[in-house]
Design a protein around this ligand. Structure first.
Ligand code: WAQ
Ligand code: MG
Length: 634
């Protein structure tokens, strides 16, 4: 193997600009020469007048092969701590006056080489005090395939130098501060202590920098030391990349830590399996239980005609839709359902989404952008919140269903374009939006208005048509969002509004564009449920009667309750107590959810009873009595 030493030096106006060196195989000489020249020419210290690359053949037998010093790191937060670390190192070398050595290091600023300092007498031993003594003719073991590196790797170059210097005759240690103003990590090194990086040894931006080689022994040895430093070819092997120094942290740890955190706050969630159709009574964990937590307020999911519609559509059209609506996934069922929904909500047009979450997310994100403002009720559903965030609009949260607060906020907030968005029936408390004022405010300020009818469709309004009917058609928001998964008993979401809006969303709402459309069975069964809602309004009336009855029983049992919707909230407060109560009710055959942060505010945990049109009065009376008893006991 033929090895060559390459040394580059660049200067401008006779002043040193940069220098670098390599030891490479013959075949690598041309490429390395070019690399070094490029490095010299592109130094941040500016244009170069003179550049020299010296190429010298080395004899393999002369080369000293050394293992890189072991590396450790001392973390220091400022230069004062850095100097303390250097002082500690010097005391370890049994140097009488560490402070004086550090002052020599400070004074080395501007030198090209190092101070060769007698560790005990503090006499400077280098022949040229201005230039200093330079360690040269060294490199790390290079892999032939290694890509060229045009910028300086401070760590690797310093470790090679320190390894060579630590093995020099009569040298007991070294101190180094980089002269690069933006490189504040320095080091101390010796054969015994290894290479000890010190993360901060000077202030950012400082031009300070220098090296001190510490000599201990007879003056007669100085010549030998300098010869070794300047001429002995050294190749250093076993350099470890910096990040391999510390063992890598467990990449999964943050998951278990996060879950442990949830557990300790009573916020950890698990799944509960239902073994029958979702109806007033369900089979789970081997026993029948009263279902007081389902969103299927009108119990359409178990209705035979709705199930048959799903079965028929699956038989006739297959199980999947094959693509997004904009590719191959648009079927007759989708178009028919959209038409029926638009008619049901008395709007020009409608658009289906695969879930209610996607309908909110996709619509808000498509309508708003970073130059807009969105006014959002503090208790809005997560899908609304996420849509607002995704839009990157400015979000102004107003007090729950407080139209005065909203009016004030609107007056105070300047905007060019924006949206007010709210649940129609709030999913956790079951209270109803003041739609007329809401719409009036949006009109007054030129904002788009959007209302989420997830929990109002099939529930409020004389015939269960939702919030517009509830307020006798006095007011109508610009964007009506609804779901097929609550009272309609299937799954999916939709948007109703003017054709212009729907046309826009078809082209812009990303969940609509990029999700496979709902299955034929989903669309057909939703269609059937919608038809039944309209032809059998007695379900809506039965639900309303059940809510009234249940609230009366609760009130009788000492828990004053009232609701105009299918949702009856029962306040508990503490998260863990809410969980214990729900757990106890479960044991007594009642399925009911404990609603906790982040769904509601911290410390405002509650039980949320959701009623169905098909609950019997016996079931509801038992449930009310049991809930009151358990709350009293726990
Ligand atoms: N021989 C002797 N002294 C030298 C040499 C050399 N070959 N090269 C530079 N010096 C002296 C000179 O006085 C400089 O001003 C001073 O050392 C600092 O040189 O693990 O970049 O090249 O991340 O600026 C430490 C890396 C980097 C710590 C040190 O030194 C780490 C550095 P610089
Ligand atoms: Mg430098």
């Amino acid at each position: 193997m033929k090895l060559y030493s390459l040394k580059m030096r660049a200067s401008a106006a006779s002043k040193h600009v940069s220098g670098s060196e390599r030891i490479v195989e013959a075949a690598e000489v041309p490429r390395s020469t070019a690399d070094l020249a490029e490095r010299g020419m592109s130094h941040p210290r500016g244009p170069v007048d003179f550049l020299n690359v010296k190429i010298e053949r080395l004899q393999e037998a002369d080369i000293l092969h050394l293992d890189a010093l072991p590396v450790s790191t001392v973390k220091t937060k400022d230069s004062r701590e850095g100097r303390e670390a250097m002082g500690a190192f010097l005391r370890g070398l049994e140097i009488a006056s560490p402070d004086k050595v550090l002052r020599v290091l400070d004074a080395a600023r501007g030198m090209r080489g190092a101070v060769l300092l007698d560790a005990d007498t503090l006499e400077r031993l280098e022949p040229d005090h201005t230039r200093g003594v330079r360690a040269t003719c060294m490199d790390r073991e290079r892999e032939t395939e290694e890509p060229p590196c045009k910028s300086k790797n401070h760590y690797a170059e310093a470790l090679v130098l320190a390894t060579k210097v630590a093995h020099a005759p009569h040298i007991i240690g070294e101190l180094c501060i980089s002269d690069d103003p933006d490189y504040v990590t320095g080091y101390v090194s010796s054969a015994a202590a290894g290479y000890r990086r010190i993360t901060c040894v000077k202030e950012m931006g400082s031009e300070d920098g220098g090296r001190v080689f510490l000599y201990r022994g007879d003056r007669a040895g100085v010549r030998e030391t300098i010869d070794y430093l300047e001429r002995q070819p050294v190749i250093v092997s076993g350099l470890k990349p910096l990040n391999a120094e510390a063992p890598r942290p467990d990449k999964w740890k943050f998951l278990s830590e996060s879950l442990d955190g949830l557990r300790s706050q009573g916020l950890y969630r698990t799944l509960r399996r239902m073994d029958s159709a979702q109806s007033a009574e369900v089979l789970c964990d081997g026993r029948k239980r009263i279902m007081l937590a389902s969103n299927h307020y009108l119990d359409f999911s178990s209705d035979e005609r709705v199930r048959k519609a799903a079965a028929f559509a699956a038989e006739a059209f297959g199980t999947g839709s094959g693509g997004s609506r904009l590719t191959t996934g648009n079927g007759a069922w989708h178009e028919r359902l959209e038409k029926a929904l638009a008619e049901f909500k008395a709007c020009e047009s409608a658009l289906l989404f695969s879930t209610g979450y996607e309908a909110n997310l996709g619509t808000i994100a498509a309508l708003m952008d970073k130059d807009c403002v969105i006014f959002s009720d503090e208790l809005n559903h997560a899908s609304i919140i996420d849509g607002c965030r995704l839009s990157r609009a400015r979000i102004v949260v107003y007090r729950h269903n407080d139209m005065e607060a909203l009016a004030k906020t609107l007056r105070r907030t300047p905007f060019e374009r924006g949206l007010i968005v709210s649940d129609a029936v709030f999913s956790m408390d079951g209270d109803i939006l003041d739609l007329p004022t809401f719409v009036q405010l949006s009109e007054k300020h030129g904002l788009l208005s959007m209302v989420d009818e997830a929990h109002s469709t099939g529930v409020i309004g004389k015939n269960g048509y939702g919030i517009v009917e509830h307020f006798n058609g006095q007011a109508r928001p610009d964007v009506l969002m609804g779901t097929l998964s609550k009272s309609l008993g299937v799954e999916g979401g939709f948007i109703c509004g003017r054709e212009l809006l729907i046309d826009y969303l078809r082209n812009k709402a990303r969940p609509f564009i990029f999700s496979t459309s709902m299955t034929p069975a989903t669309a057909a069964s939703s269609m059937k449920a919608l038809e039944l809602l309209r032809t059998e309004p007695e379900r809506v009336l039965a639900l309303r009667d059940n809510v009234r009855f249940f609230c009366e029983r609760l009130t009788d049992a000492g828990l004053p309750a009232h609701s105009e919707t299918a949702i009856v909230p029962i306040a508990v407060g503490d998260e863990k107590r809410a969980l214990r109560v729900a757990e106890e009710l479960w044991k007594r055959g009642i399925v009911l959810s404990a609603i906790r942060y982040p769904t509601v505010r911290r410390g405002e945990a509650r039980l949320r009873a959701a009623l169905m049109s098909s609950h019997t009065k016996e079931q509801l009376a038992y449930a009310a009595k049991t809930i009151a008893a358990v709350l009293k006991a726990l």
